[in-house]
Ligand binder design. Structure first.
Ligand SMILES: NC(=O)C1=CN([C@@H]2O[C@H](COP(=O)(O)OP(=O)(O)OC[C@H]3O[C@@H](n4cnc5c(N)ncnc54)[C@H](OP(=O)(O)O)[C@@H]3O)[C@@H](O)[C@H]2O)C=CC1
Ligand SMILES: O=C(O)[C@@H]1CCC=N1
Length: 284
């Protein structure tokens, strides 16, 4: 099937990322009556209901897959990688009954391991990010030959509803790189924002002004980079940098500290951790 308003989507886990995806899906017009969220903590389900009126909820994961006896077309696994094995094993029978397409957003966990736990192999891995909540998500996807083109298209359409940029990657290992760049990436920018805001406050700026200036600058720089994707970001940076001016003085501090190398190491460390999670948790 293709994604349309009648597509029944079940979320297993109703945490940060599930809510960001549901926010994107509903903003794109998907009816809440065709979304079901299951998770063990009633408080989290209440928060989902408060944000998205009309979404069905349950503390029983199999009820979400069962989707009021109709069956979910798509089951999104949105739990932490550490609990995924137990969750997956509990869904095996319901998935076979309803033949749902499984979308896993868990960092690191590979299709072969998930397929073994689920005893089911119609699986697409998607690595989204939390800006999905404000309709600015970026996602990478991977599926192997056990999915049909139609199933891949369905998963891509779902990712596309909460992602401004969505890309298939050719090898599963590249999803770890997606995780290191855009999955974890919002946190790197928040880290920079924290530092920019604190510096401005130390220099006498009221905090709310500092926060607004820094956040809008981040958004503006991102929009400029997106508007000129064929331009190397180094050129965009040079366009801001007047000879012997202020930016040059600021960037010199970055260069003296080898900050570009540090940023590369950050992305590499997050990517390696995704691979490690796949090795450690996948061997269960
Ligand atoms: N956060 C992010 O930016 C991103 C996260 N991801 C991936 O998304 C997944 C979810 O992460 P995130 O949303 O941050 O995590 P959260 O902890 O916010 O959400 C996970 C949810 O799953 C619930 N849960 C725990 N056990 C079960 C269970 N047995 N059955 C059903 N639900 C359960 C948790 O409930 P409780 O709190 O009660 O334990 C929690 O609400 C992870 O695999 C992560 O790798 C991918 C991209 C970005
Ligand atoms: O930190 C994590 O493990 C998850 C995956 C990507 C973003 N958050």
């Amino acid at each position: 099937m293709t994604l349309d308003r009648s597509t029944r989507i079940a979320f297993i886990g109703g945490g940060q990322m599930a809510r960001a995806m549901i926010g994107g899906l509903t903003a794109a017009g998907h009816p809440t009556s065709n979304i079901f969220v299951a998770e063990p903590f009633q408080g989290a389900l209440d928060a989902v209901s408060a944000s998205f009126a009309g979404v069905s909820t349950s503390t029983d994961n199999t009820l979400a897959v069962n989707f009021n006896g109709l069956g979910a077309h798509v089951v999104v696994l949105a739990v932490k990688p550490q609990v995924l094995k137990g969750v997956a094993e509990g869904l095996a029978n319901s998935l076979k009954t309803h033949k749902s397409v499984v979308v896993s957003i868990a960092a690191g966990i590979r299709i072969k391991d998930l397929a073994r736990w689920l005893d089911w192999n119609t699986i697409v891995r998607v690595m989204p990010n939390t800006p999905a909540l404000v309709n600015e998500g970026a996602s990478g996807l991977y599926a192997d030959e056990s999915c049909t083109q139609q199933q891949k298209d369905l998963a891509f359409a779902i990712a596309g509803s909460f992602s401004k940029m969505a890309y298939w990657v050719e090898k599963e290992v590249l999803l770890d790189v997606v995780t290191g760049v855009s999955g974890s990436g919002p946190a790197y920018f928040f880290y920079l924002l924290e530092a920019m805001e604190n510096a401005a406050v130390e220099l006498g700026m009221p905090r709310e002004v500092a926060r607004g200036l820094a956040a809008q600058t981040c958004l503006g720089a991102g929009k400029m980079a997106l508007a000129q994707l064929d331009t190397d970001p180094a050129i965009l940076r040079k366009n801001v940098t007047s000879p012997k001016g202020t930016t040059e003085a600021g960037i010199k501090v970055f260069d003296d500290l080898n900050a570009k190398k540090i940023m590369q190491d950050v992305v590499i460390a997050a990517t390696k951790r995704a691979d490690e999670l796949g090795d450690i948790l996948g061997s269960q």
